[in-house]
Design a protein around this ligand. Structure first.
Ligand code: CUA
Length: 302
């Protein structure tokens, strides 16, 4: 993305320089050319000029439209992750960056990724607003408590790249820094294998699901008091309010933290809140577990 961002940036810079020099130059040129030659000289009155008015309206309009369309196309490319990505969760916290790989590896202030692959970071914050900034990738996004913000990149060269927090977040904001380590795919596989003893994020979520007794109500056989979760992620569900909702990370999170906010049609709002009982990282484990539950062939799911 860096090449596209830079091209737009240098275009804006060149445009600004061109018009600044043009305007400053004309001011000086006309100041000299039309300066008062006799103490009693009076300038000629000017009563508008249609051609001139149209020119300085239409030309800037066309230029700003070019900036708008160009800027929007770069923005959409940055904002829309490709379909096939390596997903990594990011939790910002005063004052560190926590990264969770789906296979279970956890890192603090270091992020290992393979070169040449699309990587999607799903970010959230445990406390205040932070901002994840990797200047070399031209990638920057606010990391917001209570929300999942996704950003993506494809690193094109192995190496180590600076990572910053770019939103003032308290005393040690300036120390909330780290590194993205871009590795050859083979090296990356070795690195991934090095820390897998803890088990995947989804398996940690499964254990938590049982520890919190979620499984007593969310049963796979449709006999529980809560909705069946198998095959639910990504589906569109009907709510009690009559609205429909796509089951994404944010909806699963809200359903755990504030279950009565959006109750699925046909169910009672009896689920207790888990606010304060699960950390942001545990929420991510639960979400990955729900994502991992494939539809059962014999079960009718809605
Ligand atoms: Cu986190 Cu500044």
């Amino acid at each position: 993305m860096a090449g596209r961002v830079d091209a737009l940036y240098f275009f804006l810079l060149a445009l600004s320089v061109f018009f600044s020099v043009l305007i400053a130059g004309l001011i000086v040129y006309y100041a000299v050319k039309y300066h008062r030659k006799r103490p009693d000289a009076v300038g000629a009155a000017v009563h508008g000029g249609m051609i001139l008015e149209l020119t300085w309206t239409i030309v800037p309009f066309l230029i700003t439209m070019v900036i708008f369309v160009w800027g929007a196309s770069v923005y959409f490319a940055m904002a829309r992750p490709p379909d096939e990505t390596i997903n990594i969760y990011v939790v910002g916290k005063q004052w560190m960056w926590k990264f969770q790989h789906l296979d279970g590896q956890r890192e603090i202030n270091e992020l290992h990724v393979p070169v040449g692959r699309d990587v999607k970071l799903i970010t959230t914050s445990e406390d205040v607003i932070h901002d994840l900034f990797v200047p070399a990738f031209r990638m920057k996004a606010d990391v917001i408590p209570g929300r999942y913000v996704s950003i993506w990149f494809r690193a094109t060269k192995p190496g180590r790249y600076h990572l910053f927090c770019a939103e003032y977040c308290g005393t040690r904001h300036s120390g909330m820094i780290g590194e993205v380590i871009v590795m050859d795919p083979a090296e990356y596989q070795t690195w991934l294998g090095g820390g897998a003893q803890e088990g995947s994020l989804a398996s940690a979520g499964e254990k938590l699901f049982q520890d919190l007794a979620c499984n007593t109500c969310h049963r796979p056989d449709a006999q529980g008091r809560g909705p069946v979760l198998q095959g639910l992620f990504g589906k569109t569900v009907q709510l009690q309010s009559g609205e429909t909702m796509t089951v994404d990370e944010a909806y699963v999170r809200e359903s755990i933290i504030n279950p009565s906010a959006k109750v699925a049609a046909g169910f009672q709002p009896i689920m207790p809140t888990f606010q304060g009982l699960v950390t942001e990282e545990q929420l991510l484990e639960l979400i990955e577990y729900v994502k991992s539950l494939k539809a059962l062939p014999q079960t009718e799911t809605r």
